[in-house]
Design a protein around this ligand. Sequence first.
Ligand SMILES: [Zn+2]
Length: 504
Amino acid sequence: MLEAYEQVLDRYDPVLGLETHVELGTRTKLFCGCSTAFGAAPNSQVCPVCLGLPGSLPVTNERAIDYTIQIGLALNCRIAEWCRFARKNYFYPDMPKNYQVSQYDEPLCIDGYLDVDVADESGAVETFRVEIERVHLEEDTGKTLHVGGATGRIHGATHSLVDYNRAGIPLVEIVTKPIAGTGQRAAQVARAYVTELRDLLRGLEVSDVRMEQGSLRCDVNVSLMPKQAAEFGTRTETKNVNSLRSVERAVRFEVERQGSLLDAGTRIVQETRHFHEDTGTTSSGRSKEEAQDYRYFPEPDLVPLAPGREWVAELQSSLPEPPSMSRRRFAEANGFAPIDLQQMANAGVLELVAETIDAGAPAAKARGWWLGYLVGVANEAGKEPGDLAITPAQVARIAALEDDGSLTNKLARQVADALVNGEGDGSPASVDGVISAHGWKVAGEDELIAALDAAIAGDAAAADKVRGGNQGALGPLIGAVMKATGGSADAKRVRELLLERLSG
Ligand SMILES: [Zn+2]
């Protein structure tokens, strides 16, 4: 039994480190002309360069350099005037050259920061600065598929398949400095940082930032130290966490696991760990106690990078508005308070709310539907709200039907549930289809009167009490009417009608 997150963080200070890998959205790979399109047949997008065949020579993709510098500038980094690629030597089957071209001691971008908004304990919004150590460019590896085992991992597999389509796709790695001082908000800060980073990258149009397809993936480092200690504790690195929700859960779990171990007097092992989506837990990967020697050396087949200052200034001037600014404008235009904005951002529904408003729903309704209902539905299903099978346009349609009295709130939620469960085709028109298929409609006045009469006849004692002025006795009568109409009646109207009928 693990100790609770909050209790652990009453006694320990967490230190986080986040390493984010972003696949750039260039049309071709980093050092050759092969396509980077996702989902092609295995090994159909390869050539001598990305397969590392002898005698082939790489040529750097200029667009990838532009993108990396733009990312660095958007993260307030200094752009190196001169730097080189390096060879990182290691053997792994998904890396055909037996080395990866990366950047080592000479990264392209250094010393930046990203401000993220988090809510404090009282619910007030506060800005937390995450410092960035470096942003560098490297090539991605291929993909190995282990076949025959139960888990898809190498353990228990009968054989493995390798797909080199991904080998050589430009990958930017964004590494934070150690993030201390988050306290109880560690998990929240980690999620807020990756969310902010994703939005920033999307705004730059340098990547499609799809976590579920692996174009944005995050390694989450966590360590604990006793409060007021001078030195950081031993950290673990949970690899390839691929959703915002999982980033938060991985931090929470590691805090609980490490806190429980430390309290039991057990040493934390420095290692990489795997995150399991289904259970929200991590398990041990390979031990990192002996740091690998990658024998880095400058890549001899590539010329150094020396981005001219004019070029950098031009890229700087082409940067779009940062997401924090667009959010502020969105909040002002729709009358949202900073805390509303914060809650929507934290829950990952900001864009969904914006799209629902664009589809015609009033701002407060759009916010209410996502934050007040669909986030809970998503949590229960273990999904991100955006992955639910209900679209913003459909939510707007439901809100409109609720507004004009065609649906009660209860019916509206039933409709939403049906859409989430796969009914409808994503279009707003299919909302009406689902409603008529189920025969869901607000009870008509005739139906209501009949149900009222039946309820009064069925509970004469309660009816007499109401006649005697005891409105508290209305409850069971309203309940009976709602039951008789299958919840399709408007409870407020039922109450009015009952009072009318029982007052004379
Ligand atoms: Zn190639």
